[in-house]
Ligand binder design. Structure first.
Ligand code: 6PG
Length: 268
């Protein structure tokens, strides 16, 4: 297994800036190489908040051809998009601005990025819930939307130019928890029952973990002393992704951005 690049930064703010820099460079390069678009799967949880704010800074924001960048989500909670637990909501609130999805065409660009509405592909949780569909339906709809987007494929999986990930305290990534049935599925997206061992205890929808193994570039971000044990385990000796799903991001082409607290138990 070729190992990832590990970048240790003094604090989460520097980490967010570093991640934003890599995101901007990766997306701009991908559009240049593919000629028309780049496909980025972003993450949920608290980690991306600072990164989205760093992407608003001109150095990153103005280097990204937003009109050609398609943003997807690696996973979401099966809640409406305006719910506090939604993984899509921070992207909307920070990068699209207070006006939300419908504001993408407005002229008021206060600190926002100019993202065409058709470039943003959240899990359609709100729509599914609104018509009485369940998380399985929502996952199937996402897989269909992804297939119709025509991303390049490798081994039958969609190849994202970039996937941004966090790491759960149990070693999960996306909403792929230890022992997940997603490892045995060929579906591009699946529903996940509400986990009982980790917050939030709500049902999820997630991309298949295999997308992390075929992505052109992966960024994993983890901050804080609470992540030190799991980071040391995931990046340590024993490799068993079914036990520690985040190990699928322990690969070449991946950059792990850790603050000193999260990296504290790594061998020097
Ligand atoms: C989610 C995320 C999940 C997250 C990790 C880390 O839906 O919660 O996609 O995989 O990345 O749980 O979360 P934090 O960034 O909040 O530590």
């Amino acid at each position: 297994m070729s190992e990832p690049e590990i970048v240790v930064v003094p604090d989460p703010e520097i980490g967010a800036m570093r991640a934003a820099d890599i995101i901007a460079t990766t997306l701009a390069d991908a559009v240049g190489e593919r000629g028309d678009r780049a496909d980025w799967a972003t993450t949920g949880g608290s980690t991306p908040i600072g990164i989205y704010k760093a992407l608003l800074l001109p150095a990153a924001r103005d280097g990204i051809p937003w009109g050609q960048v398609h943003t997807w989500w690696g996973d979401d909670r099966f809640v409406p998009s305006d719910h506090p637990l939604s993984n899509a909501r921070p992207f909307e609130d920070i990068l699209l601005g207070a006006g939300g999805w419908e504001s993408v065409h407005s002229d008021d660009r206060r600190g926002r990025v100019n993202i065409p509405a058709g470039n943003v592909h959240p899990f359609r949780t709100g729509e599914a819930i609104g018509i009485g569909e369940d998380a399985d339906d929502c996952a199937r709809d996402m897989a269909a939307e992804l297939r119709s987007a025509g991303l390049p494929e490798n081994d039958g999986w969609p190849v994202f130019d970039l996937i941004l990930l966090g790491v759960g305290g149990d070693g999960h990534m996306l909403s792929v928890f230890p022992g997940s049935a997603a490892f045995d599925s060929r579906a591009w997206a699946v529903a996940v029952p509400a986990p009982t061992h980790i917050e939030p205890h709500v049902g999820r929808v997630t991309l298949n973990p295999a997308v992390v193994t075929v992505a052109r570039r992966v960024i994993v971000v983890a901050y804080g002393s609470a992540k030190a044990d799991i980071v040391a385990t995931v990046l340590g000796g024993t490799v068993d992704p079914s036990k520690w799903p985040a190990q699928l991001a322990r690969r070449g082409g991946a950059t792990w951005i850790l603050d000193e607290a999260a990296a504290a138990k790594l061998p020097r």
